[in-house]
Write a protein that binds this ligand. Structure first.
Ligand SMILES: [Zn+2]
Length: 61
């Protein structure tokens, strides 16, 4: 049986289309959440922190 692979819509990483990949078609829960719309708040918040609040606690996840 040949394993089907899809590309993660978020980062284009190849993802095997198997039951074990519970986040498919995403490669990870992170990419899934990003596609759900969290990226809008998450990435913009990180960018803001880096540029505007460099003296504050850096947001590293
Ligand atoms: Zn991904």
């Amino acid at each position: 049986m040949q394993s089907l692979k899809v590309k993660c819509p978020t980062c284009n990483a190849p993802v095997p289309w198997v039951a074990e990949e519970k986040y498919r078609p995403f490669c990870s829960s992170r990419c899934q959440r990003i596609d759900f719309g969290d990226w809008a708040t998450e990435s913009f918040t990180i960018s803001d922190d880096i540029h505007a609040n460099s003296d504050d606690e850096p947001s590293i996840y």
